[in-house]
Design a binder for this molecule. Structure first.
Ligand code: AMP
Length: 396
């Protein structure tokens, strides 16, 4: 089967066409500046990127351009659009309504819409993408894969906040967690790679990208995760603050004369390692500045690594032990010095880093020594492939 995987943002859209049998990416790319002017990047496997500037007033024109590119006679990945058998859509928030991926029917879409208030920036954009695909490919089955679904197995003690209970009852204010597709994919891949029995295992996944979260996966099910009602909670991220004393919000609002939107903008877009360092949110820049001795870049890297190590410690406690720790996503897969810093806090668990294998980038690798009591590894994530697999499982 050929599955088109769509990840729709408010003004952008990423796509991949994947052959689910060989799991080969036939073509991939993105549409940018939707509703502004419009730019399509298209790359067929083994060929150079093609860039087309063309008006994309809405997501519908953007998806039409993707479909045109996918079957264009010169560089198309398919001869005919009928060769696209299914579409898998990433949906950010499924609230408590979706604990699994689902085939997108009208009834399901109405439920997704009810989750919009939990993710007002993301879910409406996801729905626009789904609607546009349905208009252009009315007979192709579509599946929704939710970022929150994998975390729905968390027990109440992990997902309830210490707030008035009626906020949970009335507004569903609770921990949901994000990056679920990645945490699910990586925990499974980790068990497979290490030949662990997933159903009898304790795995901590550290998804460290521009957005970052940690999860505790007990016997294949998520029992806790660091992101919350929104992706702002938990780790210090590229530009997000992660956990702070909530009273800081009032303090900063008064000092800087900001309203609630202004404070949220600071916490989401001007904080994290970028805000701390004043250098960048990108760890390639931060590593260079760290090596030059830039004190704020050093602080940012130390704060980042320390926070990850604290969460790992918390999740060892939550699971009463750990068999494996898996690093994934941009930083987790590529940034050896940050992995080394994090692991340096874990000696009490009998963990020993293998500095040689820790020099790895973007491939599966064990980075702890053979006598380490817990195995630490790098497991590349692949959310598109995970969405493709979920889609096939539901439509085949
Ligand atoms: P992601 O959100 O998973 O795409 O991760 C993006 C982040 O990963 C970037 O902002 C960088 O901080 C980091 N990253 C990606 N590639 C590399 C690399 N080759 N070396 C170091 N850091 C990287």
């Amino acid at each position: 089967m050929n599955v088109l995987v769509i990840n729709c943002g408010s003004s952008s859209l990423k796509y991949q066409l994947i052959n689910s049998d060989s799991e080969e990416v036939l073509a991939k790319g993105l549409c940018e500046r939707i509703g502004i002017d419009g730019r399509l990047v298209y790359q067929k496997e083994g060929m150079d990127k093609e860039i087309t500037e063309a008006p994309m007033p809405t997501h519908k024109e953007a998806i039409q351009m993707v479909l045109d590119a996918l079957h264009n006679p010169k560089s198309g990945a398919v001869k005919d659009l009928s060769e696209i058998d299914a579409v898998g859509h990433r949906v950010v928030h499924g609230g408590e309504k979706f604990a699994k991926s689902v085939v997108l029917t009208e009834e399901v879409l109405a439920k997704v819409e009810e989750c919009n208030e939990l993710a007002p920036l993301h879910n409406p954009a996801n729905l626009i993408g789904i609607r546009a695909c349905q208009d252009l490919m009315p007979n192709v089955p579509m599946v929704g894969v939710f970022d929150t679904a994998f975390h729905q197995t968390m027990p109440r003690k992990a997902f309830l906040y210490g707030l008035p209970y009626e906020y949970y009852e009335k507004y569903k204010v609770r921990r949901y967690g994000f990056h679920g597709t990645s945490h699910s994919f990586v925990s499974k891949a980790c068990a497979e790679y290490l030949k662990l029995d997933l159903k009898n295992s304790k795995i901590i996944v550290a998804h460290l990208g521009n957005g970052a979260s940690v999860s505790a996966v007990l016997n294949g099910e998520c029992v806790d995760t660091s992101m919350g009602l929104t992706p702002l909670e938990g780790l210090v991220m590229g530009t997000r603050s992660g956990d702070i004393d909530p009273a800081i919000m009032e303090f900063i609002a008064k000092k800087e004369n900001l309203d609630i939107d202004g404070v949220m903008n600071v916490l989401n877009k001007k904080s994290g390692v970028e805000g701390l360092s004043g250098v960048s949110s990108d760890f390639r820049d931060l590593e260079a500045a760290y090596n030059e001795g830039n004190p704020r870049a050093i602080d940012a890297c130390e704060v980042f690594a320390y926070r990850v190590a604290k969460y790992i410690g918390a999740y060892v406690a939550a699971m009463n032990g750990v068999d494996a720790i898996a690093f994934t996503a941009g930083i987790g897969e590529n940034t050896s010095f940050i992995r080394e810093k994090i692991v340096s806090y874990l000696g009490y668990l009998g963990i020993k880093l293998d500095k040689k294998t820790n020099d790895v980038r973007g491939v599966e690798e064990i980075i702890s020594t053979p006598d380490s009591k817990v195995t630490v590894c790098v497991i590349p994530t692949n959310e598109e492939l995970a969405i493709c697999r979920e889609t096939v499982a539901l439509v085949k």
